[in-house]
Design a protein around this ligand. Structure first.
Ligand code: SF4
Ligand code: SF4
Length: 361
């Protein structure tokens, strides 16, 4: 109880600090064209807690405004808008997450939790291989299709339910109302192009280096997002082929699951490696310092999911499958179960913030 109220006091102090900085920006307006945050700020004269939370979720932590700002340390205003918005943003995910104690646990010890779960699940999947099915080809010769579906179906649906509850809480908190199709289209297009990561002028942001504009972070994010979509499309097409066309795996290289899955896995692996590299180069004080390790752990977990999937495909028919399959399945299961409490939630919250921004309500 004491810990809870202490956390609430810290969260309130972060919101107050963000409000102070936003009010200075609203008077200055130098960064007007940088991203979606500043036009949203400039539509208002006063800022409730919910407004601050909405701005924080619109921010992409590109850091362009920090390096352009004349009021950063040692100026007495001591502005660090990317840093304080990152703190408010991660705190909002914890607060709206369902169930929220899980989110707090992940933020406290995310990397250790992810590694423990992944290895624990891998051992269970490895043990399950002893129940080797009597028939089945490819990976299904090692682990039955029925066992995989009975584990992964709830592991996929439960996190989606948790995300739905979290987003509904967010939407209510920020005062979101009904939206039309055009607002949703506009938000989806902004999310797909990630225009806010282009720094407003198209040259990119200064995430890695104060003096150099770069689109590297934008492209890495796009690689991750499109890689996830393609891998998801690969799984969906494989499911349709299995159940609708009675065409079970394994599939050839020119089949839809592989045409989507292999390039999707490559994109995802490359995107995660680049995001990890950029995170190592960037200044931690301009992000949410207390969750740096958890965020890095999540990027590495996602990268491991895609890399182990590619290795598994490459080693089909060899003895390495018996080791790689449990590791890959353990990583995928951990990724699904932790999804509502990790950086992955950022994509969903940001989309909600963009829809709210497009609706202007
Ligand atoms: S970040 Fe600095 S330069 Fe940019 S609008 Fe705010 S006060 Fe002005
Ligand atoms: S860090 Fe980037 S996205 Fe966030 S407010 Fe500054 S310019 Fe906008």
């Amino acid at each position: 109880m004491f810990e809870q109220s202490q956390m609430e006091r810290k969260a309130a102090a972060r919101i107050d600090e963000a409000r102070r900085q936003i009010e200075i920006c609203n008077a200055c307006r130098y960064c007007e064209g940088y991203c979606s945050v500043f036009p949203a700020i400039m539509r208002q004269r006063s800022f409730a807690d919910a407004d601050v939370t909405q701005f924080a979720n619109l921010c992409h932590n590109c850091r362009g405004c920090y390096y352009a700002c004349q009021y950063t340390e040692p100026h007495e205003f001591d502005l660090n808008l990317p840093g304080i918005l990152a703190e408010v943003r991660t705190e909002s995910w914890e607060r709206f997450a369902w169930p929220s104690p899980l989110a707090r646990l992940f933020q406290r010890s995310g990397t250790a939790l992810a590694v423990a779960l992944m290895l624990g699940f891998a051992v269970l999947f490895w043990a399950a291989q002893t129940l080797r099915p009597e028939s089945g080809e490819g990976f299904y010769a090692v682990m039955s299709h029925g066992l995989m579906v009975s584990v992964f179906m709830p592991a996929f649906l439960l996190p989606l339910l948790a995300l739905f509850v979290s987003l509904r809480r967010y939407w209510r908190h920020v005062g979101g109302q009904g939206v039309g199709r055009s607002q949703i289209r506009q938000a989806l297009s902004r999310a797909a192009y990630m225009k806010d990561l282009s720094g407003g002028q198209g040259q990119g942001c200064n995430f890695e280096d104060e003096d150099r504009f770069s689109n590297a972070r934008r492209y890495a994010h796009q690689a991750v997002v499109w890689g996830v979509f393609m891998c998801f499309g690969s799984t969906i097409s494989g499911t349709i082929m299995h159940y609708v066309f009675d065409w079970p795996a394994p599939y050839g290289l020119l089949s839809l699951p592989k045409l989507l899955g292999v390039p999707g896995g490559l994109l995802l692996t490359a995107g995660c490696l680049e995001l990890a590299r950029l995170k190592l180069k960037a200044e931690p004080a301009l992000g949410a310092r207390r969750v740096w390790a958890g965020e890095m752990g999540f990027v590495l977990l996602l990268g491991f999911v895609s890399l182990s999937g590619l290795l598994l495909y490459a080693s089909a028919g060899t003895a390495a499958v018996a080791v790689l399959l449990p590791l890959h399945l353990g990583a995928v299961l951990t990724f699904f179960l932790l999804m509502p409490y990790t950086k992955m939630a950022h994509g969903f919250f940001r989309l909600a913030a963009l829809i709210k921004d497009a609706a202007g309500n």
